[in-house]
Write a protein that binds this ligand. Structure first.
Ligand code: GAL
Length: 456
């Protein structure tokens, strides 16, 4: 692989709720993930993130492992309720101290912090007060939280990500009820998505007006997208695949780059899709200094008109397929991870090129890519050959995409540690470092050593 170059940013990523634990330590407030996962029946095996990897107490050991890995950058998220236990109002100094220690230690080891402000752990208080992302007040409250973080950490943090995967927040939380606040609806995802975008834009405006000049950092948003490949070359299926990408990535990237939703969404979703005022459009347009992308898999797309579903007014999956008039398939020939996600490296290459074609030559950072495979520890070693193959395949695809003109500037493997995989609990293992959840002992896997040598 020859196209990555000297300045390519190699990193690994995590998020607060998935690794930190210490859910009620040192003044931390309750998030929707605390409540959801501590309510029986929501998470596989009724597991929760109360302890997780106990990174809160083991961060020094973890940062040493990062340092030995040789990554230039580490992406982690800040738990909103550690900083503002009720989501707004009084600041919890102990929360600030915790992230200060992490940031300082990373810098001491020569590792650049990439900080995500929102990786899904909304303060429960804001959920109770105005239904979280369904309430317009969230825009102001998120902007305040962001402001507090810029003020506290911005002298040392130069890479900010406002939101992680607003699509997941909207669809899984407000459409399919898989994640908290566990709502089933075919309109709530669009309202939540609208407020997520406006909250992002508000935070960016604050950063640019108050901090960016002095602190000299970059700020952006991370969206997730799988590749969508037409099942065949019939024009209706090719158009359906394009539409599926617009409903997935275009939903959140078009407003940020063009100031409005894709026309296909405006036409099809109708009144359920809120519209932006002219002022909001201006604020959104150009509100990301880089293109953050989380990419995991690929699905085949077939055109479908969903007439029967519509007539019965049954929206089974939060509008995910019905509004777009597509049906998604997987190819049985594709290898799968233990999550059942297909391993399709060429989908990654195609997606990177699609982004550069639609949004211009934007700087793209893959802020997450990885896979779930089991790996036990035997004689002090943990073998995960499937993950090594996965990484090789996807990195090769990235290399090819750069060769074909994509402006890919960085790659963060998901994840650094095995961690709490949301509604699937601890059953899925994404880490390049094995974590024994009983003893909390860390053991680097074969993929950790492979990645270390690869990025050298
Ligand atoms: C992403 C998410 C991560 C992680 C990963 C693997 O959607 O941002 O937190 O869980 O998926 O499922």
């Amino acid at each position: 692989m020859k196209n990555f170059g000297k300045y390519f940013v190699w990193g690994v990523a995590t998020s607060a709720y998935q690794i930190e634990g210490a859910h009620d330590k040192d003044g931390k407030g309750v998030s929707i993930w605390d409540s959801f996962s501590n309510t029986p029946g929501n998470v596989m095996n009724d597991e929760n993130g109360n302890i997780a990897c106990d990174h809160y107490h083991k961060f020094e050991e973890d940062i040493n492992l990062l340092s030995e890995l040789g990554v230039k950058a580490y992406r982690f998220s800040i738990a909103w309720t550690r900083i503002l236990p009720y989501g707004k109002g009084e600041i919890n100094q102990k929360g600030i101290d915790f992230y200060n220690r992490i940031i300082d230690l990373l810098l001491e080891k020569g590792i650049t912090p990439w900080v995500t402000l929102y990786h899904w752990d909304l303060p429960q208080n804001l959920q109770d007060e105005y239904e979280g992302w369904l309430g317009r007040q969230i825009i102001k409250d998120f902007a305040y939280f962001a402001d507090v973080c810029f003020q506290a950490f911005g002298d040392r943090v130069r890479h900010w990500i406002t939101l992680n995967e607003p699509w997941v927040v909207a669809i899984l939380g407000y459409g399919q009820a898989v994640f908290p606040p566990a709502i089933t609806s075919n309109s709530a995802p669009y309202l939540a998505g609208h407020h997520l975008l406006l909250a992002h834009a508000e935070a960016v405006e604050i950063y640019r007006k108050k901090y960016q000049k002095d602190q000299g950092g970059l700020i952006g948003i991370t969206n997730n997208c799988d590749w969508r490949e037409p099942v065949d070359q019939k024009s209706e299926n090719k158009e359906a695949a394009e539409r599926a990408l617009e409903f997935f990535l275009g939903w959140f990237a078009d407003p940020v780059y063009f100031g409005n939703y894709p026309a296909s969404m405006i036409d099809r979703v109708g009144d359920r899709l809120p519209s932006f005022t002219e002022e909001e459009k201006t604020k959104l347009k150009g509100s990301s200094d880089f293109f953050g992308l989380n990419h995991y898999t690929t699905m085949m797309v077939e055109n479908d008109d969903h007439t029967i579903i519509r007539e019965q007014n049954v929206y089974g999956n939060g509008g995910i397929s019905e509004d777009q008039d597509v049906i998604l398939h997987t190819d049985p020939a594709w290898d799968k991870t233990t999550m059942g996600w297909s391993i399709v490296p060429w989908g990654c290459r195609k997606l990177l090129l699609w982004i550069n074609q639609r949004y211009g030559l934007v700087d793209i950072y893959i802020t997450e890519n990885g896979c779930s495979f089991d790996a036990e520890v035997e004689d002090g070693q943990s073998h995960d050959p499937g993950r090594v193959e996965f990484l090789k395949g996807y990195l090769e695809a990235c290399d090819e995409a750069i060769g074909e003109g994509a402006n890919l500037k960085g790659y963060f493997a998901w994840s650094f540690l095995d961690n709490f995989e949301w509604a699937l609990g601890y059953s899925k293992r994404f880490g390049i470092v094995h974590v024994d959840y009983d003893t909390l002992v860390r053991t680097p896997k074969e993929s950790y050593y492979w990645y270390r040598d690869f990025i050298k």
